[in-house]
Design a protein around this ligand. Structure first.
Ligand SMILES: C[S@@+](CC[C@H](N)C(=O)[O-])C[C@H]1O[C@@H](n2cnc3c(N)ncnc32)[C@H](O)[C@@H]1O
Length: 281
């Protein structure tokens, strides 16, 4: 009975995501007034600063490797602007084909895609590098954009990883796709199968939210999580916590968490030959 309820619940979340329109989501969340680069307490600046290597390295040392998987990428690339300097094989993932399509369009430099210039410029200011080259480096580092379902025990099915990831990144995904805390925990367990022992999991998420807005009048429920729950869940999934920081953005009335964990699980995943050969499909 409990199991049947849960399936309905996860299924209900998938129904909600049928309303997700990438263009509206980008317009609503990633341009002013919500994405305001002139405000020092704006959410976008915080997120870019959090993924900056200075902060990550300060917390856990020099994180680098070959393969990084971005979980629930959506139609956004900002979360990978620093990562592309440290990982040569980035795989982006999302549940929705419309989001994967939006990313591919940006990767192929098609006209009328979202303008990430302000984000590129800010990341480059943090790193002291030129921004047009940054876009090129990111496009080069991204090797694929594939489907994912974090609620599946084999989240990338039918794709098989040629090698486990050195690092997983996820921004505003797990709490926004899980109907309840149990599903959140299961999703985290499922994702653990993609990561090498000692690999890192970097997560940015919303604290204590019950919904988020995809566009005017379109809301998607979010499971409210707090530091205590996320930290206990991470530990129960076999991670050591390297850093866990919480921020409050008074103007947006939002709480944001940055968390970096290191996997202490022994490898049990059956890595098979790669199924994908082409870039970006
Ligand atoms: C709030 S958006 C976050 C997008 C992006 N990472 C960001 O920082 O803006 C949540 C994303 O999770 C994706 N998603 C929905 N259901 C999912 C599932 N079952 N497994 C993985 N991702 C899912 C959605 O399509 C959406 O792109």
């Amino acid at each position: 009975m409990e199991r049947a309820d849960k399936e309905v619940s996860v299924a209900a979340m998938k129904e909600y995501y049928k309303q997700f329109d990438p263009r509206s989501y980008l317009r609503y969340n990633y341009i002013p007034p919500r994405a305001d680069f002139t405000r020092t307490d704006s959410i976008v600046l915080l997120c870019l600063n959090l993924t900056d290597p200075v902060i990550v390295f300060h917390a856990i040392g020099d994180v680098h490797g070959r393969t990084l998987i971005d979980i629930g990428s959506g139609p956004t690339i900002y979360q990978l602007l620093s990562a592309c300097e440290h990982f040569s094989n980035i795989i982006m993932t999302d549940f929705l084909e419309v989001n994967r399509q939006e990313i591919r369009r940006w990767l192929h430099g098609e006209p009328d895609t979202f303008d990430w210039t302000a984000f590129l410029q800010h990341a480059c200011e943090l790193e002291g590098k030129g921004w047009p080259e940054k876009a090129k480096r990111l496009r080069t580092a991204i090797h694929d954009v594939i489907p994912i379902d974090v609620h599946s025990p084999n989240p990338l099915h039918p794709y098989s990883l040629p090698e486990l990831a050195d690092c997983l990144v996820s921004s505003f995904c797990l709490e926004a796709v899980s109907p309840d805390r149990t599903s959140f925990q299961k999703a985290l367990t499922n994702l653990g199968t993609l990561l090498k022992p000692n690999g890192h999991f970097l997560m940015i998420g919303a604290l204590d939210e019950s919904y988020y807005q995809v566009a005017d009048g379109v809301h998607i429920p979010v499971v409210p999580v707090d530091q205590e729950f996320v930290s206990a869940t991470l530990k129960s999934c076999g991670y050591e916590i390297c850093t866990f920081q919480c921020y409050t953005l008074p103007q947006d009335m939002k709480g944001i968490l940055l968390l970096i964990g290191r996997s202490r699980r022994a490898s049990s995943h059956n890595v098979r030959a790669p199924l994908w050969k082409t870039k970006h499909r």
